[in-house]
Design a protein around this ligand. Structure first.
Ligand SMILES: [Cu+2]
Length: 510
């Protein structure tokens, strides 16, 4: 085990300041390592597990071309977590949830049933089984029965969602999860998350064996997902079991010289994954909102909660086992700061299948220039405590521009359709916050602070992003096209605990 020693003086100083203070230095020390800490890396290297499998595919009950229709039930179900049966909150009884497969132009109909039993209210005062559905990454209407996160679906209720995918970018990996303010974190933690794949619009990548990887961590306690503590809300909750598609260290077979395409989503509440595959480059060909112009070879790829990445991996010609690891990354909180974890093992074996990496991927991908008339907005993400600090039993709170979100009061951006806007997002806390805006993906103009290769990739390539890390005490600048869909939607931190504590704002598009 690694050694984590924390500076008690800072902790005490924080707790006596009282009503509202910058609590990140204290909260980070609850589980992580910031100033005043010494640490060594903790190696988590479980034995090779079962054969890798993709998540199951959600059955399409429609026979009409252009309509994909699925039955989705939020329900408790027994799930095998690394050899132990646990009762998780699932969609349709699967963990991770079934992958929904659509293509650009489809109409996606989701017949949603909430079968979660009533189990009281949580520390935010929310009924634990009050849920709804968010299609993270979709460029669709945020209103009515589309991607409307203001819906409340109580236990026993059902709702028919409909998503018009006429303008949704192809070749994207999106995902679905609950988005009920006040209990989104606990519901996603307990298992509710699944991928949505929008098919490629051409066959340029069809030669490559393709897999979907849902990265998710969990801790099981007494047969159920471990409960959130108040420091879990401050830090964002990380699990002790890190899995790919619900398996610990699955083994993925690759042929020597083969090129595989891995579409990866970080569906964890708070854990960041700094991915690295032994002896191999990770060639990034796509990000949240679509394919890049060409592959970008990276030695590491950092993925915060909510982010997706599309990779090509060309297997070595040397037959061997190669570990896909999450390297230690200090996000300013959490045990992951010092952990190096084997997530999956690539087993390069069998007959050689010499494939070459394509030199170009998507000619339509370009980096936009910032229009001179773009409106600039400034947002500041903050963390704090109410009522005596965490040591005094107070509640954490999180804000955007000083306002903690409620359904009746929120920092609000009013935008006009057809414009480009520049959003400058500042982080004045000691931990990273992944900033997510609904409906419209953006390009990243600049990033101040944080991981160097992450910054270079996102600020020099034609990457479309809906979730971008705002580094601790750093900032990002996004170029946001306000396109196609009017309505009221959200932007927030995708450490869902922070969203539940109020780090969310309203985006009104007229
Ligand atoms: Cu956050």
């Amino acid at each position: 085990m690694g050694l984590i020693k924390c500076n008690r003086r800072i902790l005490l100083a924080a707790s006596i300041v009282g009503f509202f203070f910058q609590a990140d230095s204290a909260s980070a020390m609850m589980g992580g390592c910031m100033m005043g800490c010494t640490s060594t890396t903790t190696i988590i290297d479980p034995p090779r597990g079962a054969a890798f499998t993709d998540p199951v595919t959600m059955p399409n009950i429609s026979t009409v071309p252009g309509i994909v229709e699925v039955n989705m039930e939020a329900k408790l179900a027994p799930i095998n977590i690394n050899g132990t049966t646990a009762n998780l909150q699932t969609y349709n009884g699967y963990y991770p949830a079934p992958t929904i497969k659509v293509k650009k132009g489809d109409l996606l109909k989701v017949h949603f049933v909430n079968s979660l039993p009533y189990s009281g209210t949580n520390s935010m005062g929310m009924p634990r089984n009050d849920t709804n559905l968010h299609t993270h990454g979709f460029h669709v209407s945020p209103m009515g029965n589309s991607d409307n996160v203001m819906q409340h679906l109580m236990g026993g209720e059902s709702f028919d969602y409909e998503y018009d995918l006429s303008l949704q970018a192809g070749a994207t990996l999106n995902w679905y999860h609950p988005h009920q303010h006040g209990n989104a974190a606990e519901q996603v933690w307990a298992g509710q998350a699944g991928a949505i794949e929008v098919a490629d619009e051409n066959t340029a990548l069809s030669a490559f064996e393709t897999h979907t990887l849902v990265l998710k961590d969990i801790t099981i306690s007494s047969g159920v997902p471990a409960a959130h503590s108040s420091s879990d809300f401050m830090n964002g909750k990380e699990g002790n079991t890190m899995m790919v598609n619900g398996k610990v260290n699955p083994v993925l077979a690759m042929k020597p010289g083969q090129v595989q395409r891995w579409k990866i989503v970080n569906a964890s509440n708070a854990r960041f994954y700094k991915l690295s595959l032994a002896n191999h480059n990770l060639n990034v060909i796509g990000t949240d909102g679509g394919l890049l112009d060409k592959p970008y070879a990276q030695s590491t790829v950092l993925l915060s909660p909510g982010e997706r990445v599309d990779l090509l991996v060309k297997a070595s010609t040397t037959k061997a086992y190669y570990k896909l690891k999450a390297l230690a990354y200090n996000r300013g909180a959490g045990v992951s700061a010092t952990q190096e974890i084997t997530l999956l093992t690539a087993n390069v074996t069998g007959t050689a299948a010499s494939q070459t990496l394509p030199t170009s991927i998507n000619a339509a991908a370009v980096r936009l220039t910032v229009p001179a008339n773009a409106i600039t907005r400034q947002l500041t993400l903050s963390m704090g405590m109410m009522g005596g600090g965490m040591m005094g039993g107070g509640m954490g709170m999180a804000t955007i521009n000083g306002i903690s979100y409620t359904e009746t009061s929120a920092f609000t951006i009013n935008s006009v359709l057809g414009n480009f806007e520049v959003w400058e997002v500042f982080n004045n806390s000691m931990m990273d916050h992944p900033f997510h805006q609904h409906v419209n993906p953006a390009q990243v103009i600049s990033i101040s602070g944080g991981d160097a290769s992450y910054k270079t990739l996102l600020t020099t390539t034609p990457a479309w992003k809906d979730t971008v890390i705002v580094p601790a005490m750093g900032s990002i600048k996004l170029l946001v096209p306000v396109k196609d869909y009017a309505g009221s939607t959200m932007f927030h931190c995708h450490i869902l605990e922070h969203e539940d504590m109020g780090m969310m704002g309203v985006w009104n598009i007229q």
